[in-house]
Write a protein that binds this ligand. Structure first.
Ligand code: SF4
Length: 107
């Protein structure tokens, strides 16, 4: 009976350890994939609705200094030219871009 429990416990620990290793890798792959995703098109309905622009300096409503790179919804790596955005799944936005959903990154 104890051998069955030990084997079961061993398998559980192995799976938890494997998960702890694979989850960060999967996260990095997702970010990399998002950076390779096509840029949001100017005529994208969501982009239009959110007034997305690839250059924040051209957004009349943007707070000074606000851009995708310092938005909490931006998924690109620090210093990247473009990356994913939670509002545009499967697409990427310019790190210098901006939209009306901009939310300051807290960290
Ligand atoms: S939500 Fe943030 S990261 Fe996404 S497009 Fe708007 S400003 Fe850029």
């Amino acid at each position: 009976m104890n051998e069955v429990v030990d084997e079961s416990r061993r398998r559980l620990l192995k799976n938890v350890t494997l998960g702890m290793v694979l989850i960060p890798i999967a996260g990095n792959l997702t970010a990399a994939r998002a950076a390779d995703a096509p840029l949001v098109a100017a005529d994208d309905p969501t982009a239009k609705a959110l007034k997305y622009v690839a250059d924040a300096s051209k957004a009349a409503d943007a707070k000074p200094g606000s851009k995708c790179a310092n938005c909490s919804l931006y998924q690109g790596a620090a210093g990247s030219a473009q990356g994913g955005c939670l509002l545009f799944p499967g697409k990427s936005v310019k790190s210098a871009g901006w939209c009306s959903s901009w939310t300051a990154k807290t960290s």
